[in-house]
Design a protein around this ligand. Structure first.
Ligand SMILES: Cc1ncc(COP(=O)(O)O)c(C=O)c1O
Length: 355
């Protein structure tokens, strides 16, 4: 730490992103990216737009916002497009959390939530998931706090039904309820339609998972126009040109090619089912998932050993060292071929460990 670093941030523990190693080609199942490339239309749009990179992007991302609103069935003033969904989360924590608006979220969830809360000095409470890694809705119904829930949750993959989300939103009319739907396209139920009915609901989404654009950085928030206006106040105080030209053009093209992406989601869901069955045959405890990953515990082998054994064999999965989940690994669902390699290497490691 330099002597110049503000004392306000001295105690921060920053978020640790998943590994993106450059040393060799791995079967990469560690950061929940899509195994499928962007559509041809997306690649062409990005290339075309690269010819205008000398100009700033449209700070309102008007065309992209309009198209996104059309797909979601809301009006454009209910949508904010951002530089990945991390950016809209950042703005939301800044806009809606303070000592008068403390926050609650699960103890096992997306690791960025406590980081943002610490960064903005927002008091927060982490509500323990139940023993089977479910969210207990009673922790949130009538909580009278700013609520953040990833649905489906990460890294567990479990989801709450829309009826429960509605109960949580309805019972906290004086607080923002943020539902992070990064993984909703893999079998969850979106709360976006509820944004027409409740003025305290903010739904967050991303193009990083189902739409094969993690490297382009594109996310969005959907909510009542007043909530979106607040987020815009923060955005225009930090980074007005937040979505770059190539990404905005690629985003419009991705929405035009929606069928391609939704078909890819169906393939991933099939591969997820197939992989879960194979893992269960090997004796794994597999948490039911509605996301593009599985959270699973190997029989008689620590999560870290499996992670390291796989890495040595060219397969990357995600391991977290937090005590409640350190026996588990989060495995992104890739193509059938990738999952076959993952399973073959896993078998090898289990057989070696049993010797
Ligand atoms: C639950 C959840 N929300 C948000 C994000 C951030 O995604 P991005 O910033 O790429 O849109 C992630 C990334 O893994 C995530 O798991």
């Amino acid at each position: 730490m330099s002597k110049f670093f503000s004392g306000r941030h001295a105690a921060l523990t920053p978020y640790t992103p998943g590994e993106q190693p450059q040393d060799k080609r791995y079967v990469k199942l560690n950061t929940n990216e899509s195994p499928f490339p962007p559509s041809k239309g997306v690649m062409e749009a990005a290339l075309r737009e690269s010819g205008a990179l000398q100009l700033y992007s449209d700070p309102t991302s008007a065309e992209l916002t309009r198209k996104m609103a059309e797909i979601l069935g809301v009006t454009p003033d209910m949508v904010l497009m951002t530089n990945g969904s991390d950016e809209v989360l950042n703005y939301a924590f800044m806009a809606f959390g303070d000592e008068n608006h403390p926050m609650i979220f699960p103890d096992i969830t997306y690791g960025f939530y406590p980081v943002y809360a610490d960064l903005f000095h927002i008091p927060y409470e982490e509500k323990p998931l139940t023993d089977d890694f479910s969210i207990d809705p009673r922790d949130y119904i009538g909580a009278e706090k700013t609520i953040v829930i990833a649905n489906p949750n990460a890294p567990t993959g479990r989801c709450l039904p829309l009826s429960v989300i509605e109960e949580i939103v309805k019972s906290n009319p004086d607080n923002i309820v943020l539902i992070d739907e990064a993984y909703v396209d893999f079998g969850g139920e979106s709360a976006v339609p509820l944004t027409q009915k409740y003025d305290n609901l903010l739904v967050v989404g991303t193009f990083s998972k189902s739409r094969s654009m993690a490297g382009a950085r594109l996310g969005f928030g959907v909510g009542n126009p007043a909530i979106i206006a607040d987020l815009n106040t923060v955005k225009y105080s930090i980074n007005p040109y937040n979505v770059n030209r190539m990404t905005a053009a690629a985003g419009v093209a991705a929405l035009c090619d929606n069928d391609y992406y939704m078909q890819n989601c169906r393939i991933i869901m099939e591969n997820r089912q197939w992989t879960a069955e194979r893992l269960q045959e090997l004796g794994f405890d597999v948490i039911p998932s509605t996301a593009n990953f599985l959270f699973a515990k190997a029989p008689g082998l620590s999560g870290e050993k499996l992670y390291l054994g796989l890495k040595e064999r060219g397969v990357l999965v995600r391991h977290f060292s937090a005590p409640r989940i350190r026996d588990y690994n989060r495995i992104t669902i890739g193509t059938r071929e990738q999952m076959e390699i993952f399973l073959a290497k896993t078998k090898e490691i289990l057989e070696e460990a049993a010797k």
